[in-house]
Design a protein around this ligand. Structure first.
Ligand code: AMP
Ligand code: GLY
Length: 422
């Protein structure tokens, strides 16, 4: 079966890599893909927002499945476009993707169905928001309602900082229309974890849990990024906490979406805080695979990913059991100098050669020069994944490989997965 994967980051490289292992997979196309993905798939130079072109391409090539990676096209209804054309597609429809696209929708849903999340109020009037804020205490969290490329959240340490965030979002409109509403939310203390699950209506098949590292520098310092590294599984988190998150948060949310007439099909990704009393609470839901969570979760999935996608699309995910490798995976992101602010592109990358099969390099932002040489082409350039018997071994492998790759300005966090080893 021929497949079209939509997206062009490290997450999509990991999806294409896992699909390419399936005996059922025929030709894999990726739009737009990247230079790393081009080693496994035919990259198609069409942007993720060009729905009509993508649809025509899928029809012309008679692909048997489309898989959508990023959030923006999902929020804009790309799945509805493929479904209307009769093309099997893995991902949530627009009305289900709203669980990520609108924080007020998500918060109201969780409140209505009594699903654990931080207490909150929502506002579409600046003065009312400000008055409410001034009646609260710091730390406090301010969130733009809509998609803001992962930058719409401010965890404010002081009320002044919170007020500034509110002004930026609602008055200056730094995120445009995404900031016409805000959520002001209780600050949750604790340890974060991500649980991604394959979901098909009420059927939920959780993936092995992962942890991301969002701030750019060691010790969680500096501005937030798309994610600087991940690891899976989480040996220091009790299995009972993970189970509680699945039973009390993810399954009830999938059920609530069905009850609301918005059945979710795709990957439901819960960002959770394990509060000091050991209870998980929802921070956010995403309607897609995480990046770079996917890079550590999929290499550990023993079940054929294509079978999982097809089961979800055909509505028989309940008949499938997911099998996980005992191995651990650690992903270290190598970023361009300056990221997450501005950074140069087109710098030569050396040392990409593989030594053995205990590491994988997923490309996020690379291209090839006229002589075939590897060049940087993004903020997050590469995700170096180490595999090993446990987190310590996987981490050692990831860092050993990360050190061998070089490009001018390369930077990465040196404390990925350190928490798991304390
Ligand atoms: P988001 O963009 O929604 O993933 O939020 C970005 C980050 O902000 C999360 O990964 C958390 O670290 C932090 N965050 C969001 N909401 C809260 C909250 N209610 N309490 C504490 N931290 C939060
Ligand atoms: N790594 C976080 C995300 O994909 O949203």
């Amino acid at each position: 079966m021929d497949i079209l994967v939509i997206g062009g980051g490290g997450r999509e490289h990991a999806i294409v890599w896992a699909l390419s292992k399936s005996p059922k997979a025929g030709k894999i196309y990726c739009a737009p893909g990247n230079a790393g993905i081009a080693q496994l798939a035919e990259c198609v130079p069409v942007a993720v927002g060009e729905f009509e072109k993508l649809k025509s391409f899928a029809l012309e090539k008679e692909v048997g499945l489309v898989v959508v990676g990023p959030d923006d096209p999902l929020a804009d209804g790309i799945v509805d476009v493929f479904e209307e054309a009769g093309i099997p597609v893995f991902g949530p429809r627009k009305n289900a993707a709203e669980i990520e696209g609108s924080k007020t929708f998500m918060k109201d849903l969780l409140r209505k169905y009594n699903i654990p999340t931080a207490a909150y109020e929502k506002f579409d009037d600046f003065d009312q928001a400000l008055a409410y804020l001034r009646s609260r205490q710091a730390p406090i969290v301010i969130k733009a309602d809509g998609l803001a490329a992962g930058k719409g959240v401010t965890v404010a340490r002081t009320l002044e900082e919170a007020e500034q965030a509110l002004r930026d979002i609602m008055e200056t409109k730094v995120f445009g229309e995404a900031g016409s509403r805000v959520v002001i939310e209780e600050f949750l203390e604790g340890q974060e974890m991500s649980i991604l699950a394959f979901v098909d209506g009420e059927t939920v098949k959780p993936m092995s849990a992962a942890q991301d590292h969002k701030p750019v520098f060691d010790g969680d310092l500096g501005p937030n990024t798309g994610g600087m590294g991940t690891y899976s599984p989480l040996p220091h988190i009790p299995a009972s906490v993970i189970e509680e998150a699945v039973e009390k948060i993810i399954k009830p949310t999938a059920k609530a979406m069905v009850a609301e007439g918005r059945p979710f099909r795709g990957v439901l990704f819960a960002g959770l805080m394990i509060t000091p009393d050991g209870k998980p609470k929802t921070i956010e839901f995403n309607a897609r695979f995480g990046d770079p969570e996917t890079q550590v979760v999929l290499p550990r999935l023993k079940t054929d990913l294509l079978e999982v996608f097809l089961a979800a699309v055909n509505g028989n995910l309940d008949e499938l059991e997911l099998e996980w490798s005992e191995e651990a995976a650690v992903c270290v992101i190598l970023a361009s100098g300056g990221y997450p602010a501005s950074y140069p592109k087109g710098l030569a990358i050396a040392g990409l050669e593989a030594d053995d099969d205990s590491s994988i390099v997923f490309h996020a932002g690379t291209s090839r020069g006229s002589g075939g040489e590897w060049l940087t082409n993004g903020g997050r350039v590469l995700g170096v994944v180490g595999l090993g018997a446990d987190i310590a071994a996987a981490r050692a492998k990831a860092y050993e490989r990360a050190e061998r790759i070089s490009f001018e300005g390369k930077h990465f966090r040196t404390d990925i997965a350190a928490k798991a080893l304390l």
